[in-house]
Design a protein around this ligand. Structure first.
Ligand code: SF4
Length: 360
């Protein structure tokens, strides 16, 4: 048994262990890490992938995160907000397909009209699904009043990415009015409001070290999150961070590898949570999402946003599937799942085993 085997055989992992795992460079050693995480996934959540129908409801955002293609300061973008009826129809389509859950994602907006719009959509979704469609919101930091209203209207899950737990790095990639402690407070508020809580980080940021990522994994463990949604950093040309990694094609492969190693480490440490294999992985390699599943992820998010809006919702460059309609997106994901010998959990909420165990 070599040093890597000894680490992978452990039941719990410290900062040094994770830093070692996240620093692996040898392809065979990385494959052993993925395989160990995959075994944990099979044991804890089984060979079942759950689908979350992703609806990108608006690219209007009041924030100015330096890495993000839909930041308020990007004037090169036509802004949209999907009509309420269309959002409900897309969610209904997900329900009819047996997806079990949908995600409403958009820019961060706190205006009263937007809060009402989301509340009405949630109520209408409950009208046809009667609680049988799990709804995740990913709409940034919100007030307690808003979070409670949306929870009462039917949202069960909320994804709020911390992006990085290195405070200096957080400050470097956000605008001056964005505060790490406020993000953290909102994350804690989500649990108090009764949501299943998700968070995640950006992987491969300029200046980010394996030790930073190891701390990110331990942060997710300490926050006892139910869901993880994270992905490699891919620069967007209309942002201040466009050239922050130099020639991106030179680091593309390594960004993918880092993303996969993080999925594997989160699976090893958090074990029974839901982990998304995100589109950013597919943007880096055609089989990126499948590789994410093989590294320990168990959630896929077919994009249900109408194709006429998709070009306007690019958080990073090279996002795949811009012209692919919902049916084509879904068929592609189904093929991905079958190709790795797993099945899709249709007509299941896909609640994370961790949440169910905590609730008892
Ligand atoms: S990351 Fe989120 S909050 Fe930041 S600019 Fe993009 S959509 Fe807005």
């Amino acid at each position: 048994m070599d040093a890597l085997d000894r680490i992978l055989a452990q039941e719990s992992f410290g900062l040094d262990d994770l830093e070692t795992l996240l620093s692996l460079e040898d392809p065979d050693e990385r494959a052993r890490l993925h395989a160990a995480a995959y075994r944990v996934k099979l044991r804890e959540v089984g060979p079942v992938v759950h689908l979350r129908g992703l609806i990108e409801i608006t690219n209007v955002c009041a924030r100015d995160c330096l890495y993000c293609g839909i930041r308020q300061g990007n004037d090169a973008l036509d802004r949209y907000e999907v009509d309420e009826d269309e959002v409900v129809a897309a969610a209904r389509w997900a329900w009819d397909q047996g997806f079990g859950s949908a995600v409403l994602q958009g820019g961060e907006r706190c205006d009263a009209r937007f809060v009402d719009y989301i509340e009405r959509i949630l109520q209408r979704m409950q009208g046809f699904a009667e609680g049988g469609l799990g709804v995740t919101l990913s709409l940034g930091e919100q007030s307690e009043d808003t979070l409670r209203r949306w929870r009462r209207a039917g949202a069960q899950r909320y994804l709020l990415r911390i992006e990085t737990t290195n405070r200096d790095l957080f400050a470097a990639i956000h605008a001056d009015d964005q505060d790490f402690d406020e993000r953290l407070a909102c994350l804690r508020l989500l649990r108090a409001c009764g949501y299943q809580v998700g968070t995640g980080v950006m992987i491969g940021l300029p200046g980010q070290t394996p030790a930073d990522l190891a701390r990110d994994v331990l942060f997710m463990r300490d926050q006892d999150v139910d869901m993880v949604g994270m992905g490699p950093f891919i620069p967007h040309e209309d942002t201040p961070m466009a050239d922050s990694l130099g020639d991106f094609d030179r680091v593309r492969g390594e960004q993918l590898e880092r993303g996969l190693m993080m999925i594997a480490c989160v699976r090893l440490v958090l074990r029974d949570v839901n982990i998304a294999s995100t589109t950013a992985l597919q943007a880096l390699a055609p089989d990126g999402r499948e590789r994410g599943l093989r590294a320990g992820a168990n959630i896929l998010m077919p994009n249900l946003t109408d194709t006429r809006f998709r070009a306007g919702y690019q958080l990073y460059d090279g996002k795949p599937g811009l012209a692919e309609d919902s049916e084509a997106s879904t068929r592609a994901l189904q093929r991905s799942v079958v190709a790795i010998g797993e099945t899709i959990g249709y007509h299941q909420l896909g609640t994370s085993p961790r949440y169910l165990r905590r609730r008892g």
